[in-house]
Design a protein around this ligand. Structure first.
Ligand code: B16
Ligand code: MG
Length: 220
């Protein structure tokens, strides 16, 4: 574990870490799944967290036991994104998850470089809604990478864009795919959520409120 030194960078996942968009992704995917005669459940949604749009649809098709032709695959991806974008129009700065703004302020005051490492191709739209772009020196999202988490590309590019080594960076993640990506990339990995959902993380906290007090002063 490389957590016993002071880090110079923080890389944040978006969905489930800065804001709870997982709920909107779920509702949009549930509608698509119903067209495939499959009732998508909350438990299924855990497997879609941190997973790219294309891989999410592949996963739903396998859950539904269906195969479809390329044109319909493309149409379903478009439909899902249209529904998702309609839903996230209602996001405001008040939707930042508890303690996130305080964490960003803590890091800013200490001149820690802050970056985004998200699988979402809609990350910048969500950032606009949340009005947090000014905190971030690097924005790496689903448009900037070839490989999905658990591949470490998104975080390696994030560290590089901040001008830091992976070992100098802490990753904040809510998905196992993201924790694996961070550890494979050589970063310190902090999981947000229940400990039983994760393996291999360096730390696990339920939310930023506790983490801000206990962990941030140790890591930065
Ligand atoms: P989009 P993250 C991920 O974001 C979500 O967790 C995942 O559910 C979603 O399918 C993926 O982004 C792609 O999102 O359809 O907006 O491109 O957790 O890596 O910030
Ligand atoms: Mg996430």
């Amino acid at each position: 574990m490389n957590a016993n030194h002071k880090h110079q960078g923080a890389l944040f996942d978006l969905d489930g870490v800065l804001v709870d968009t997982a709920h909107y992704h779920f509702l949009a995917w549930k509608k698509i799944a119903s067209k495939l005669d499959y009732d998508l459940k909350r438990e299924d949604n855990e497997q879609l967290k941190g997973v790219s749009r294309i891989d999410s649809l592949k996963k739903i098709l396998s859950l539904a036991g269906k195969t479809i032709e390329a044109p319909l695959f493309g149409q379903l991806l478009e439909q899902k994104n249209e529904d998702y974008l309609n839903a996230v129009k209602q996001i405001t700065p008040a939707d930042l998850l508890p303690g996130v703004r305080e964490a960003l302020e803590f890091l800013k005051e200490r001149n820690i470089k802050i970056g985004l490492g998200s699988a979402s191709k809609n990350a910048l739209i969500i950032f606009d809604r949340l009005q947090i772009t000014h905190y971030f020196k690097a924005l790496i999202d689903g448009n900037s990478v070839q490989h999905s988490k658990p591949h470490p590309e998104v975080f390696l590019k994030g560290a590089q864009a901040l001008g830091l080594t992976p070992a100098d960076c802490v990753v904040f993640e809510d998905s196992q795919a993201g924790i694996t990506a961070a550890k494979t990339g050589g970063m310190t990995a902090v999981a947000l959520g229940e400990p039983f959902l994760f393996t291999d993380m360096d730390y696990c906290y339920p939310n930023f409120n506790v983490l801000n007090l206990e962990l941030l002063p140790i890591l930065f």
